[in-house]
Ligand binder design. Structure first.
Ligand code: PEP
Ligand code: MN
Length: 442
């Protein structure tokens, strides 16, 4: 029996662009359908197995990248800097917390954004909101804000370029553990996080030298597994890239290893939940502070009826002041139901506020506080704090406040470069990794 991959079309799909010309969209979709997969179904299954280990409490997820990737950002430098930061964070966690880390980029496909308002007003001028490079342009002009379906095709090619770089960097020697110092090299020398990292890298060197002297040189030290993920928001795109796996006859969204449903599109009878119920990738669902245990259980029934470990990850994003109050009931009821899910903390999206300068920002302290709350709740309930999901960049931007190299609200304008939400910079990301390692150990 063939699986209906278009059942979602009968249901309400929130946050979809109003394409000016459906005929053009059809042409793009036809072209996307003929293009090769970006990832293989077997790789998605490998990630599912890794996430099953997370659900069992044996591994930790580090998922992160830009809020919104841009086509202009698909350069060797940008991709390398993000990967370098991710690798540094992962090594801090692996070495300091002694836990295997599953590395997933919000990369190679994170080009579409849900928006709370349909329009944006600047100096009295109102234009359609920017919805990610996959949909329209960031420039504040009427022309650039018109949704253009050909951007879906650019998103595919940009993802291919990014993934190619990521595969080369992680398999071609750059991710070799002997490079732990190299990843830190161009870091601001006086930065507190950089110094702290350097100390840890020296210890790793010692451990490696000891192992080599003993004759041990395991394969795992020379490359890392890196997975891609994005919010599968624009259903025409993800549907066009869904293929039947020749090994199993099952459908996979081959635009990324993992895809997730955002807080704004996770309604049980939504097109997004319906589409996700049909694909076999490991999937995530964001859960905000208004989520009830019943909502979570209904999502489990619909999205993981066979209770397959690794299939479903809940990414909670409650906000620092709310997590200790709202998370316990969710985790308790889901655990009591016997459902196998991985729990990940997104400490970014519940902690956004507007600085007096008008910049959207987040405080590193709030981010750390939400992560601490996440650990507390899971420790109290005897469940596993399975990972973190963050927005970061490998550059020294000034978008979030706080951190070892203290960025204050007045600094925000210095290097505010995000196309959407404020990201942690490299130092702040490392500060966070050290803190998570402490929480994990305690
Ligand atoms: C995001 O991840 O950028 C996002 C919009 O998150 P959420 O769906 O949790 O609001
Ligand atoms: Mn975001």
């Amino acid at each position: 029996m063939s699986i209906n991959l278009d059942s979602w079309r009968q249901l309400p799909a929130a946050q979809q662009p109003e394409w000016p010309d459906r005929g053009e969209l059809d042409k793009v979709v036809a072209e996307l359908q003929g293009l090769p997969p970006l990832v293989f179904a077997g790789e998605c299954d490998n990630l599912k197995a890794d996430l099953a280990a997370v659900a069992r409490g044996e591994a930790f997820v580090l998922q992160g990248g830009d809020c919104a990737e841009t086509f202009a950002g698909a350069t060797a430098d940008d991709v390398r800097n993000k990967l370098k930061t991710l690798l540094q964070m992962a090594i801090v966690l692996t070495y300091a917390a002694k836990v295997p880390v599953v590395k997933i980029g919000r990369m190679a496909g994170q080009f579409a954004k849900p928006r709370s308002k349909n329009t944006e007003i600047r100096d009295g001028v109102e234009l359609p909101a920017y919805r990610g490079d996959m949909v329209n342009g960031f420039d504040f002009t009427p022309e650039s804000r018109v949704p253009d379906p050909w951007r879906l095709l650019r998103a595919y090619h940009s993802s291919a370029v990014t993934l190619n770089l990521a595969r080369a960097f992680t398999k071609g020697g750059y991710a070799d553990l002997r490079q732990v110092h190299a990843w830190n090299q161009d870091f601001v020398i006086e930065s507190p996080a950089g110094k702290r990292y350097e100390q840890l890298a020296r210890e790793i060197d010692q451990a490696l030298a000891f192992m080599r002297a003993c004759g041990a040189e395991p394969e795992e030290f020379h490359s890392v597994e890196f997975y891609s993920s994005h919010e599968a928001l624009i259903l025409d795109y993800d549907r066009a890239l869904t293929r039947i796996d020749s090994r199993t006859g099952q459908p996979y969204d081959v635009s990324a290893h993992m895809v997730w449903i955002g807080e704004r599109t996770r309604q049980l009878d939504s097109a997004h939940v319906e589409f996700f119920s049909r694909i076999r990738n490991p999937i995530g669902v964001k859960l905000g502070p208004t989520t009830t245990p019943e909502d979570a259980l209904a999502l489990i029934d619909k999205l993981n009826p066979d209770n397959e470990a690794g299939r479903l990850t809940f990414i909670t994003r409650m906000g620092a002041p709310k997590i200790r109050e709202h998370l316990p009931a969710l985790v308790e009821k889901v655990t009591a139901s016997g459902a196998q899910v991985a729990w990940i903390c997104d400490p970014m999206h519940g902690n956004t506020f507007e600085a007096p300068s008008g910049h959207k920002t987040r405080r590193l302290d709030d981010v750390l506080n939400e992560v601490a709350g996440f650990f507390e709740v899971h420790r109290d309930l005897g469940t596993h704090p399975g990972g973190i999901h963050i927005e970061f960049t490998g550059d020294d931007v000034t978008e979030c406040v706080g951190g070892g190299a203290e960025i204050v609200e007045d600094d925000l304008a210095l290097r505010y470069e995000t196309a959407c939400d404020p990201r942690l910079n490299r130092g702040q990301s490392l500060d966070l990794a050290f803190r998570v390692a402490e929480l994990y150990r305690s």
